[in-house]
Design a protein around this ligand. Structure first.
Ligand code: ADP
Length: 343
């Protein structure tokens, strides 16, 4: 949820020593957006036989402070490109991006300090314990020992009792949480999770969701990429859908779902058809099988009686009728069905 409360302090995670305010945590007064992206473009240069690729096209987005934001899109949509630009790993072609009020181009150090990225791959040295790994990470980032929050972070991610276990003995879910813990070492106000539950079973997914919610409740703004619609629907306050490098939807999850007053009606008729009968063309009808018509309609229009009349005008007898409520998956499919522009 967007919030206007003060930035989360290091104390929110709990410190091993005296808590101190992290510089990256101090927002510019009045800052409402944790991440602001304006007219961002990225074209990957051609290499060998691979032509140039426009991976991001005029992308503008705002991630409100305190939000749990989902960046949703099919494979190849441009999600990783966007987060890699924010993380300073990919250079944008044009446009602007700010993290916690810091421009990634003009203030790269501050911008990078404000964002923690949890990559998809589990790259954890199996011979260290979680406590050692976090201490090492803190050392790498120059977090002074007094400001380290190793045990607090492990506790927040449900790993306190595994602090001294070798990482190789941790379960897959624990390793993923340890990756999140590593990204939290600097207590960045913005945490990016790249496909946090890709390939994770349902039970582990629920656990991870719980941890992500808990971090968000402590004040961390979370931006996650996912291609699981259920994940976005369950977890995120706001969702942007990206497809072929363009943002095609950007709204609160509840508004996106409220748009979905539509239903699908499947009508099985008594004979095979070669095309949609003329009496039905005024409705959004397609032939889903030779003897089956799929009608997509808005609940508010209540057209079912008219559709049945039109079927009778066409001399068709209805054998079976099935309706299905649409969900985020339907809007996603509807929006992402659009063909790609020529690159
Ligand atoms: P997503 O994370 O949504 O799967 P990506 O950002 O990885 O999408 O990719 C967006 C598009 O850019 C894809 O067509 C992909 O093939 C292309 N792409 C990604 N990285 C590179 C690269 N380093 N060089 C060339 N093309 C790339």
């Amino acid at each position: 949820m967007p919030d206007s409360s003060p930035a989360p302090s290091a104390a929110d995670i709990g410190t091993d020593e005296e808590p101190e305010q992290d510089i990256a945590q101090s927002p510019i007064p009045g800052l409402a957006a944790a991440v602001r992206v304006q007219e961002l473009n990225k074209t990957y240069r051609p290499s060998g036989k691979t032509p140039a690729k426009r991976a991001l096209i005029d992308v503008s987005l705002e991630v409100p402070r305190g939000c749990l934001f989902g960046l949703l899109g099919p494979n190849g949509a441009g999600k990783s490109t966007l987060i890699n630009i924010l993380a300073g790993l990919v250079i944008k072609s044009s446009g602007h991006a700010e993290i916690w009020g810091h421009d990634i181009e003009r203030q790269p150090r501050e911008a990078r300090a404000a964002i923690g990225v949890v990559p998809q791959e589990l790259n954890i040295d199996p011979f260290f314990t979680p406590r050692q790994l976090l201490e090492l990470q803190a050392g790498l980032y120059g977090v002074p020992p007094k400001e380290r929050k190793t045990m607090g972070i492990l506790g927040a991610l449900g790993l306190a009792d595994k602090a001294e276990a070798y990482a190789r003995s941790l379960s897959g879910g624990m390793r993923r949480r340890l990756m999140v813990a590593k990204a939290m070492v600097r207590n960045p106000p913005v945490l990016v999770l790249d496909e946090p539950t890709a390939g994770v079973d349902i039970e582990l997914r629920q656990q991870l969701w719980q941890q992500v919610r808990a971090l968000n409740a402590r004040g961390t703004t979370v931006l996650l990429t996912t291609h699981y619609l259920e994940e976005a629907e369950e977890l995120c306050d706001r969702i942007a859908i990206i497809n072929h490098g363009r943002v095609i939807a950007d709204d609160t999850t509840s508004n996106l779902l409220a748009q979905l007053d539509s239903k699908d009606l499947t009508i099985v008729v008594d004979r095979a058809l070669s095309e949609v009968p003329p009496s039905l063309t005024e409705f959004n009808v397609t032939l889903s099988a030779p003897n089956s018509l799929l009608v997509h309609y808005s609940v508010n229009d209540s057209p079912v009686a008219k559709i049945l009349d039109a079927l009778s005008t066409a001399g068709l007898t209805v054998i079976d009728l099935r309706t299905e409520e649409t969900d985020l998956e339907d809007i996603f499919l509807q929006l992402t069905r659009a063909p790609a522009d020529a690159d």
